[in-house]
Ligand binder design. Structure first.
Ligand SMILES: [Zn+2]
Ligand SMILES: [Zn+2]
Length: 231
């Protein structure tokens, strides 16, 4: 009989549901969302409505990106809270919905779309962190000739060493490193961070044609082949 695996990360999971690591990530992502969402001056309307609304004082400028993010996250929270409601959904504000969900990760675990739910809140937690943090997500890309570790924002094409100022072409730099690393295996989170692959895309590759090892890790060469094909 084939080993059962976690639908989100592909690691071994006794009952084929979300593994304990993915579950604790999910819980902490939901707490992150609950804590930071009010800083975006989170949406004023309430679920099921009837009008009554309380506002939050926004600590970041309400740009289009912020209001788009609010509606994406609000939609995820409302959709999944309603889907998972077993008659005990007693909150309406978005941050409260995140807390309500965080207290019910076991219920999420047994849902057929558990991996999709985990991915949605993973993205949302990063999104709200990025928007409230005022420090963009950075990923490690290597080491400068001067010895200093190099990082770059996720979508940057170049990066400068914070110590000596030398500028590097990020894509070329990462490609050169990854050419030497074809046979290394990375976790799904590492693939997302280091190679910049979208989690949803990676999940569909795993469902279709990528085979993780027993720890849910993927071979860099296989992932890059698919990245090239879909570029
Ligand atoms: Zn997992
Ligand atoms: Zn340097």
């Amino acid at each position: 009989m084939a080993d059962l695996t976690c639908p989100a990360c592909g690691a071994k999971s006794g009952d084929g549901l979300l593994c304990s690591r993915c579950l604790s990530h999910l819980r902490s992502d939901l707490h992150t969302i609950a804590a930071l969402l009010p800083e975006l001056g989170a949406p004023l309307q309430r679920l099921g409505s009837g009008g009554g609304s309380t506002g939050y004082h926004s600590t970041v400028p309400i740009t289009d990106a912020v209001s788009d993010a609010r509606s994406v996250m609000g939609n995820d929270l409302v959709t999944w809270a309603c889907e998972l409601d077993m008659g005990d959904l007693d909150v309406t504000e978005h941050a409260d919905l995140a807390r309500w969900l965080a207290a019910r990760v076991q219920r999420i675990r047994s849902h057929a779309s558990a991996d999709e739910i985990a991915d949605a809140f993973y993205e949302d937690a990063r999104l709200v962190s990025r928007l409230t943090d005022r420090r963009p997500d950075r990923r490690p890309v290597g080491q400068c000739a001067c010895g200093k570790a190099l990082t770059a924002t996720l979508d940057a094409s170049t990066t400068a060493c914070s110590s000596c100022g030398t500028t590097y072409d990020v894509a070329g730099w990462v490609d050169a490193r990854m050419d030497d690393a074809e046979d290394y295996w990375l976790t799904r989170d590492e693939i997302v961070t280091l190679l910049g692959v979208n989690r949803g895309t990676l999940r569909s590759w795993i469902h279709r044609e990528l085979t993780p090892d027993a720890d849910g890790r993927l071979r860099i060469g296989d992932v890059r082949r698919l990245m090239t094909r879909s570029a």
